[in-house]
Design a protein around this ligand. Structure first.
Ligand code: GTP
Ligand code: MG
Length: 206
């Protein structure tokens, strides 16, 4: 799939105020600084469509980007950023929870994981929450440019073992990406395209 247009639509901290249009959408979630906003820019061929920063905690709102005029990419705040005050943290966590639990247009969430690190409790907990809430998700490993291909493979093998050790019956569908090197772009866009085609063909609730 080629992205021919990518347009910022709205930011907000109230899930009920997200765009009313009933178009399929894909949300990016994961620890602060994992590369959610950078990945949106890479996929859409933009440098600054989604705001990025070297410091964690940059994205603070739910951001909707309309793609090719018929689906949405959604950039979300990260979790696990200790420096945000407790009050701010619970408020933005609540609106993220509201978003995930009430957003009917959400087709798939992408849980981003930094390929350099072993499984972190907060990610495992978040994926368990997605599983329990029956929200479809895939894993996206990010920053693959930072380690060798051999290490990428061994880190994924370790990750799979850690998932099984945490009672996951199978590893979720996953992608390996780098925003700086455009790794994984075609795979990810093809996956989204395939899901969109299925939805549009069956007109399943859309
Ligand atoms: P929050 O909005 O704070 O939750 O962060 P985020 O997950 O949106 O991360 P963001 O895209 O802002 O990127 C964080 C930092 O990681 C920035 O300095 C990016 O340049 C860097 N980064 C993101 N993706 C990659 C990547 O694939 N490779 C490399 N080398 N750096 C990356
Ligand atoms: Mg961000």
């Amino acid at each position: 799939m080629k992205i021919t247009s990518a347009e910022f639509i709205v930011s907000n901290s109230d899930a009920s105020k997200c765009p009313a249009e009933f178009l399929p959408e894909y949300a990016f979630i994961g620890r602060s600084n994992v590369g959610k906003s950078s990945l949106i820019n890479m996929l859409t061929n933009h440098k600054n469509l989604a705001k990025t920063s070297g410091k964690p905690g940059k994205t603070q709102l739910i951001n909707h980007f309309k793609i090719n005029n018929n689906w949405f990419l959604v950039d979300l705040p990260g979790y696990g950023y200790a420096k945000v005050s407790k009050k701010t943290k619970s408020v933005f966590q609540q609106f993220i929870t509201d978003y995930f639990e009430n957003r009917e247009q959400l087709v798939c969430a992408f849980v981003l994981i930094d390929i350099r690190h072993e499984a972190q409790n907060i990610d495992i907990e978040f994926m368990s929450y997605m599983g329990e809430s029956e929200i479809p998700f895939c894993i996206i490993f990010t920053k693959a440019d930072k380690i060798s291909k051999t290490k990428v493979d061994s880190h994924i093998a370790t990750y799979k073992k850690q998932m099984y050790a945490n009672n996951w019956a199978e590893m979720p569908h996953y992608f390996v990406t780098s925003s700086t090197e455009s790794i994984g772009k075609e795979e990810l866009l093809s996956y989204i395209d395939e899901v969109n085609q299925g939805i549009f063909k069956n007109n399943s609730g859309f």
